[in-house]
Ligand binder design. Sequence first.
Ligand code: ATP
Ligand code: MG
Length: 234
Amino acid sequence: MQTQSLNNGSQQDSDVIVTENLGKSVTTSDGLLHILSSIDLIIKSGESVAIVGASGSGKSTLISLLAGLDMPTSGTISLNGKLLTAMDEDGRAAMRNELIGFVFQSFQLLQGLTALENVMLPLELSGDRNAKALAAALLGRVGLSHRLSHTPQKLSGGEQQRVALARAFVTKPAILFADEPTGNLDSKTGAHIIDLLFELNQENHTTLILVTHDQALAARCQRIIKLDSGRIFI
Ligand SMILES: Nc1ncnc2c1ncn2[C@@H]1O[C@H](COP(=O)(O)OP(=O)(O)OP(=O)(O)O)[C@@H](O)[C@H]1O
Ligand SMILES: [Mg+2]
């Protein structure tokens, strides 16, 4: 695919994620398994994109690649015009810290830390002296001011997901990936989490990439990308 200009002068319209011929294959006992093939994508700054497709179609693998958590076996990924696939692990980690927030289906909060400490962590890693105040403010934003000192096992599923959301947003990432962010929540709590996600997305002009099985959620995104057996289905 022909990529568009990486710098057209407008942050609003700039390409934040560009992939070319992206592929991921693994060797299994049954031979080579092509998990993703020929993925060509251009995602603009501030866009909201749903990634949908059947279980096993490659959705989680794709966002792990785009977030620099996993490496492709073919093709390229550029984030904000920088070639992620040319970087070593340290370079990818720096890109993740600078640009990316990730909300996992299973929350992945650190069990030994309080809600406040979990949200402070990414700020502390980047040396932010204001970590405590910023983290407390964002936990207030997701309705958890009264739960700052609770550890994850003392929080409900919906509360843990809100902590995970606060942690993902606290660094004001340019790109937020969420892998079935409401998969473990009842529909009312899930709807509240999604409202928050879109509110924070609009306030911060964050590019939102959501993996979801929920058609109503997908429909709220500006664009839907459907995967079928590791390929984009048009
Ligand atoms: N490291 C690996 N080794 C072998 N197979 C893998 C590996 N990682 C993923 N797969 C396979 O690749 C396919 C895509 O996996 P992926 O987790 O991306 O699917 P998904 O679309 O997110 O599915 P779900 O909706 O169930 O979460 C699956 O069939 C999975 O079994
Ligand atoms: Mg998945």
